[in-house]
Write a protein that binds this ligand. Structure first.
Ligand SMILES: [Zn+2]
Length: 92
């Protein structure tokens, strides 16, 4: 049984399990962002319309999502950012 030099009091097996779980969750989120890059706009709830004040009929387009009702997920933004910085010459 090897002795660990780490001064941490918790079990290394638990730490390893936590790291694996973190990787799985991060990977799962990355895959979800890759498959479904958009999420419903929180401002207009995916309708793309701007809600009129005082309960009148909707007019105008939601300014936050430009009337699409979709918003790019933060995770997808990270993927896009990594893509533009890393694969600059493979994108063409
Ligand atoms: Zn919107």
């Amino acid at each position: 049984m090897p002795t660990f030099a780490a001064t941490a009091t918790h079990d290394p097996a638990v730490t390893g399990l936590f790291v694996v779980a973190l990787i799985v969750v991060t990977f799962g989120y990355a895959v979800a962002c890759w498959l479904w890059p958009f999420t419903a706009c929180r401002r207009c709830h995916g309708t793309g319309k701007r809600r009129a004040l005082f309960g009148g009929p909707a007019f105008g387009l939601c300014r936050r999502c430009d009337g699409t009702g979709r918003r790019l997920r933060p995770g997808r933004r990270v993927i896009n950012y990594l893509r533009t910085t890393r694969g600059r010459d493979t994108n063409r």
